[in-house]
Design a protein around this ligand. Structure first.
Ligand SMILES: [Zn+2]
Length: 119
């Protein structure tokens, strides 16, 4: 993979910043919907289960968003250290197409595959 050009670097940095803002907004929005379900409410059994399920999904969703936000933060630190776009495992360039699809990714495709195999 080729290293990022200065233009690509700049573009991806902007992507990271807008993605961070977007995800933070999502977290704020989902705060309202992940309030505890009122179990004393006289709602039917089915809708109560629906509510619990929705709550669990919102929680899993939030965990995913928080994980992504952490990756974005460390990607932004990597930008400052001029190491952005470098795989954190093999130190090879991650490549622009992959970063464009997921600017917060810390690993190249090959290492990502290996990590998933190990888990
Ligand atoms: Zn790698």
């Amino acid at each position: 993979m080729d290293e990022l050009t200065a233009d690509q670097q700049e573009e991806l940095q902007e992507d990271l910043l807008s993605l961070r803002q977007e995800l933070r907004q999502l977290l704020t929005d989902s705060q309202q919907s992940s309030k505890p379900v009122e179990l004393d409410q006289p709602i039917g059994r089915l809708s109560r289960m629906d509510a619990l399920q929705q709550q669990a999904m919102a929680k899993a969703n939030r965990a995913g968003i928080e994980r992504r936000l952490k990756l974005i933060e460390s990607a932004l630190i990597a930008v400052k250290q001029e190491r952005y776009g470098e795989c954190r495992r093999c130190e090879e360039p991650i490549g622009y197409p992959r970063l464009k699809a997921r600017p917060e990714t810390p690993f190249c495709l090959e290492c990502q595959g290996r990590i998933e195999e190990e888990c």
